[in-house]
Design a protein around this ligand. Sequence first.
Ligand code: PLP
Length: 379
Amino acid sequence: MPSSSPEPIPLAHPEWDAAEAEALQRVLHSRRWSGGEELAAFEAEMAALTGSRGGVGVNSGTVGLQFALQALGIGPGDEVLTVSYTFIGTLNAILNAGATPVLVDIDPVTLNVDPAALAAAIGPRTRAILLVHLFGRPADLDAVLALARRHALRVVEDACEAPGARWRGRPVGGFGDAGVFGFYPNKPIAAGEGGMIVSDRADLLAACRRLRNQGTDPRDGSWQAEGAGYSARLSEWHAALGRVQLHRLEADLARRRTVAEAYRSALQGDDRIELPAPESAEASIAWFTFPIRLRGFDTAARDALIERLRGAGIGCAPYFRPAHTVPPLRARFAEVSLPVTDDVGARCIGLPLFAALRGDQVERVAKALVRALDGLARA
Ligand SMILES: Cc1ncc(COP(=O)(O)O)c(C=O)c1O
């Protein structure tokens, strides 16, 4: 008898049920596959989630970040402060807007931007902060917003990984001049592809609507192109899926929190594994992955560990390789010094985390991780 290999555990796993199937049928029958009621409703619902005036759906989170910056008038000659410890889309958004990213180090506990380093990086050409809420953990909004006010800087929140995460009880994305979400299938709101810009500023929302649609906004009825234009609309299919997922968000975030707690109790006490900081009084987390760091191993050992886990059918990733170290950006940032980012980037692993992950699967990941660590040479 061939031995059956264990059920694979993916890093992320979008869920669906009859509600998604019904939503897609609804769009199919409407024959309105772009620019219809689903998009308008999804925009209004994402705005409501964040307490914002409105939303603009686009075809990716990266494009949403780019448009938010462009709508704020940020472009060539302007510097935007952000972190290197993020998904590369954060950096690409700034570069595609024609602006200059200036990279700032992170806090070793929260893994989000270090407010003191942010303050130190402000210069005469700084126009904005692109504030990432990494792995669903809110960045220190008190410190960052105070700094932005003091220096008249714009703030765009990269909340792509953090829908439903809260700072002092209020959902992230609604604090800055604009907030942006992403709907790739690994996200808590999974629509396949897509992004959403939310804002209180009517001018910004109107500018983003034009940018996504060849410089025109069908709402003004003129079809007259004004300014730069892209083709970056969010289809009715994506909007309909996103709406169903959004309706389930709170329940899913509670399940994600249970998974994070299960990892914590399975892994605590092992001095080779540094666990993510727990939630704080200010910050409640929309758990996106379970980001651990290894202690006492070099990066080659970390990478070997990831390969072993993958070989055992467990999805995991070096979340994140710092953006200043990836080949297309390495030369541009050769001079930057980001010691905390480099240290975390060399030791981090994202473990599977999604709402449907069962307790026995968490146990299996934890056991496989410990077993693989036992077989690795320490640095
Ligand atoms: C932190 C962060 N920023 C930006 C993005 C970009 O989103 P998208 O892949 O939809 O362009 C993502 C998601 O992939 C992300 O995780």
